[in-house]
Ligand binder design. Sequence first.
Ligand code: DGL
Length: 270
Amino acid sequence: MATAKPIVIFDSGVGGLSIHQEIKKCLPGLPVVYCADFQGFPYGPKAEIDVIERTSACLNRLAEEYDPALAVIACNTASTISLPRVREELDFPVVGVVPAIKTASERSKNRCIGLLATPGTIVRSYTDQLINEFAGDCQVIRVGSSELVIMAEQYLRGETVNEQTLKEILSPFLAHENASDTIVLGCTHFPILSEQLRKIAPDVEWIDSGAAIARRVSSLLSVPDSSATVADKFVYTGESHHVKALLPSLHQMGFEEITSLQTVTKQLAT
Ligand code: DGL
């Protein structure tokens, strides 16, 4: 599909920026509208139906406003439950991000894998299916952490990461007798802290879905003049105070226009 239309990348917060960065490495000329549903953040502890409703409302509104060529739900918590609904509603391809269990199983030598995700993602039946299908012979340790999601949000707002808290979050993977040699970052917020995570467990192979999603998007679109970088838009639901401290990070990542997605904010607030 040849396109000059933008793509939409959607997440509850800034986590999907880890996917945005990978997509821009492959396709710098592709215009992106990134949407953070700050009003609904965090998705991890929310009831499934609430996550599905928010994801659907935001994507439908983004479709109306920006006429995208494709959308990426850059959120494991939402993708594992919302894809059938939004694919039925929207008339363009929707790419989901789900935990890279298959890749981890291919790489693990000691057959002990860690899954670090949100409290929602670790208990999804979709996650059970992935583990049964691709890692049936592995021991899979699941850790759900909303605290780590919040730490990634704070880090992009210029706050420092507490190493001790990170160590505590990772301890179930590392303290184990047969410690995980491979850990899946099953939440798009976590690659934002990959430097800090690698420092704590340098021998672990850390797996995220970013590069695979970028390849999938490239295979679905053909982008004219992909060598010239274009500026992207960042839109958000909720109050503007959520973005103030984020502005330096957003500018550094190539976002020039930063605005509120008004209608959705009002609709979902009622
Ligand atoms: N970034 C999200 C994910 O990939 C969700 C974080 C949250 O809102 O809890 O799962």
